[in-house]
Design a protein around this ligand. Sequence first.
Ligand code: S3P
Length: 450
Amino acid sequence: MSHATATPLKARRSGGLTGTFQVPGDKSISHRALMLGAVSIGETTISGLLESADIHGTARAMAAFGARVERHQDGRWTVNGLGTGGLLEPKMPIDFGNAGTGVRLAIGLASTCPIQAKFTGDQSLCKRPMGRIMEPLSQFGTRFEATEGDRLPLQMTGAVSPIPQEYTLPVASAQVKSALLLGALNVPGRTTVVEPVPTRDHTERMLSAFGADLEITHTERGREVSLNGPAELTGQAVTVPADPSSAAFPMVAALITEGSDLTLPNMMMNETRTGLLGVLQSMGGDIEVLNQRETGGETLADIRVRSSRLKGVVVDPEVAPSMIDEYPILAVAAACAEGSTEMRGLEELRVKESDRLAAIVAGLENNGVKVQWGDDWMIVEGSASGRPTGGGTVATHMDHRIAMAFLVLGLVSEKPVTVDDGGMIATSFPDFVELMKAAGAPIEAAETLS
Ligand code: S3P
């Protein structure tokens, strides 16, 4: 996916956000449902799949590997799979656009199939590190030829006689864990992944639901996930809950704009994903968790958010993995809080769709917010009035979450905030601007960059 024309957007001071806000399906679960469907026997039906550029990329990739992927008129998707180890050699390089999760998990899935495949992505994805998956996947016997610096584009030769392994994650990454577990599906024997710090567990939950023989133990080394392969997976019916990482934007917008009362139904409450909710509550955010219930192996709830005067806090670095995608919007909440907010343990922010730490700092400073920062930390100074100055233009660096976070900042700032390109929002949340407008937020195309 190349990135041709930029779409600048501008957000100005807003009244309260009200009503019901239907957040789209979870991105992590959507990628995994398509991928597990592709290596299952029989049909997988997916309701509520996130229909965004990243997920369309994964759907196309699974079709390129030979699975039958269809969207039906009622919005459901079906995947007719090939069985574990059954992926076919794609005829063309597979382009994952902006999607780190898509490409890393798909490489894992294909790594133990006796095929060759070439993977690539957009400018942002081609800058992101792939060594973190190449190194452990090589231990299955998979071979890689990557671009200098272990980047995309890369050529993969799947292991013909893959060997099981035990691997301890050197970084807290659900993508690395998942790439290994998906590879392990076609490896005879027991593969164990040890994570010293727990990360999102959607792969494990979904693998068990599809019939994989998975064991999870907690030892002094951390959380250990073992998969006994080869696995035989059977197609399932998956319902995708609302994405807490997308919900974070309207949630913070409602907290910081006066007169808001917004309800976000069907939000996934998996505790490996809800770190932000707890932090916002500790800042004094009026967030109610209603109708909590269990569906399809996940806990769901409806979230009611009302305007609140937030206070700065020290964020425990241990919660970072459970809110790793939420720091851009937390930094915006912090900019509107009374007092300063300290965030540490942010090293992984530097290898996301952009160097998010640098992008957040630059965006805040452009809008009159004071920030101190270092390699893996930042302290955001809140504005006493709850209203940062604004008036700046933010460089989004092809990062959807930087774009959405700073549009939310514009809703409370004295002067409008412009983002240089809102085009990438389509990777995870294509209806963001429409839904925000429907809730009352004045976000519009910016004709000129101020
Ligand atoms: C994801 C894991 C996280 C997260 C990404 C989605 C996943 O990345 O940032 O948006 O679905 O597994 P890391 O595992 O690299 O931290």
